[in-house]
Design a protein around this ligand. Structure first.
Ligand SMILES: *Cc1c(COP(=O)(O)O)cnc(C)c1O
Ligand code: SF4
Length: 329
C-alpha cells in the first residue's frame, strides 16, 4: 500500500482504551496504527476479497446471485486497523454520488434475482442522515420487498449518532437489518447498549459480525464474554471472521488452527444462539466458508479448504510473525 491507512478515532471510542498502547490494550489495538502496518506479508494483497473482480459498476460488488453490496461511502467514524477494505476505505471518494447511485438503481432494476442488498463502505451511517434516508428511499422504490442489511460500526464507535430519529427511520423500513461489529466485550458499554436498544425498540433486528484478532479477542474468556454479552443485549453473534489477508494486518491475524481450536472449546462453553459461524471469505467460493466444515487439513504452507460443491481451495498458511500478550477483559 503506497499511502498509509489514516488514523481516525472518536473521542468516545478512544476513551474505552485503558492504555493507548496497541500491544497491550484490545481497544487501542483496533485504532492505534502500528509500525508493522507498513510491512506487507507475502500472502497479503490490497484487495484480498477481489472486490474489483465482482464490480459490474462503480461502488457495487455483485458476487452472489441474489445479493449485492453497495459501497455507500469511503468514510468511517473510526478506521479499524484490521480493515480488509482499506483499498477503498478513506481513499478520498466520499459518499456515493447521484450519478453512481443512478447507475446502480438502473442495474438493480434489471436484476430481479437480487433480493438482498448490503449497504457497506466505509460506514453507511457516517453519511448525513437525510442523504442516507434518501438513498434508502430510492433503493426501496426499485423493490419494496428488498431485504437490506446496513453494515455499520457506528453503534460501537459513536453510539450517540444512533438517536431516536435515525432508529425510527431505519425501523420504518420493512426487511431492514442492522449488522454491527463488536470485537471485545468492553465495547458493550451502557451507551452502546442504549443505541442497540433504541434500534430494537423501533423494530430493527441487530446481528453482529466479529473479527478474530490477535491481542483483541483471541482467547476463550474474551470470546465467551463477548458472545454472551451480545446475546444478553438480544444481538445474535452471526459471524466470527477469520481476518482477511489485507496488506499490513499480519500482526493482527490469528491462525486458522487457533481459530478452530477456540471454536471447539467455545462450543462446550456457550449456548447455541451465542455461537457464531467461524467464517472465511474465499473469493470464488459460492459463499463465505464455514471453516469448521470447510477445513480439510494442512499441506505445507497451505490450508486445504472445500466449499459446498466440493471445490478445493488452497489458502495461504502463515507462521506467527510476532507474539503479543493475549487480551484482557
Ligand atoms: C459477505 C458478502 C455478502 C453476504 O454474505 P452472507 O454470507 O449472506 O452474509 C454479499 N456480498 C458480498 C460481496 C459479500 O462480501
Ligand atoms: S468500520 Fe468497517 S469499513 Fe470502516 S475501517 Fe472499520 S472495518 Fe473498515
Amino acid at each position: 500500500m503506497s499511502t498509509p491507512f489514516p488514523e481516525r478515532v472518536t473521542e468516545y471510542y478512544a476513551a474505552l482504551a485503558r492504555r493507548r498502547d496497541p500491544a497491550c490494550d484490545p481497544i487501542a489495538a483496533q485504532f492505534v496504527p502500528q509500525p508493522s502496518e507498513t510491512d506487507r506479508a507475502p500472502a497479503e494483497t490490497d484487495d484480498p476479497l477481489q472486490d474489483h473482480r465482482y464490480a459490474p459498476l462503480d461502488r457495487l460488488v455483485h458476487r452472489y446471485t441474489d445479493r449485492a453490496l453497495i459501497l455507500t461511502t469511503d468514510r468511517c467514524a473510526v478506521y479499524c486497523r484490521h480493515c480488509f477494505r482499506r483499498h477503498f476505505t478513506e481513499r478520498g471518494s466520499g459518499a456515493i454520488s447521484e450519478e453512481q447511485l443512478n447507475a446502480i438503481l438502473e442495474y438493480l432494476a434489471r436484476q430481479p434475482q437480487v433480493t438482498e442488498l448490503l449497504l457497506s463502505g466505509g460506514d453507511p451511517l457516517t453519511i448525513e442522515p437525510e442523504r442516507f434516508e434518501a438513498i434508502l428511499e430510492r433503493l426501496y422504490r426499485v423493490n419494496a420487498s428488498y431485504i437490506v442489511r446496513v453494515c455499520t460500526r457506528v453503534p460501537v464507535v459513536m453510539p450517540s449518532r444512533v438517536d431516536e430519529r435515525l432508529a425510527a427511520a431505519l425501523g420504518r423500513r420493512e426487511g431492514l437489518w442492522l449488522v454491527t461489529q463488536v470485537n471485545h466485550p468492553r465495547e458493550l458499554t451502557p451507551d452502546c447498549a442504549a443505541a442497540l436498544r433504541r434500534l430494537q425498540r423501533h423494530g430493527v433486528p441487530v446481528l453482529n459480525q466479529s473479527v478474530l484478532l490477535r491481542g483483541v479477542n483471541d482467547d476463550l474468556e474474551t470470546l465467551t464474554a463477548l458472545f454472551k454479552g451480545l446475546l444478553q443485549l438480544r444481538v445474535k453473534p452471526y459471524y466470527l471472521f477469520q481476518a482477511d489477508l489485507a496488506a499490513g494486518t499480519r500482526h493482527l491475524r490469528v491462525s486458522i488452527e487457533e481459530g478452530l481450536e477456540l471454536m471447539r472449546r467455545l462450543r462446550m462453553r456457550v449456548s447455541g444462539p451465542a455461537l457464531p459461524v467461524y467464517a472465511l471469505d474465499q473469493p470464488g467460493a459460492g459463499g463465505k466458508l464455514n471453516l469448521e466444515i470447510a477445513f480439510h487439513g494442512i499441506e505445507g504452507e497451505s490450508y486445504i479448504l472445500r466449499d459446498g460443491e466440493g471445490r478445493e481451495y488452497r489458502y495461504p498458511r502463515e507462521l506467527p510473525s510476532a507474539v503479543y500478550p493475549s487480551s484482557e477483559l
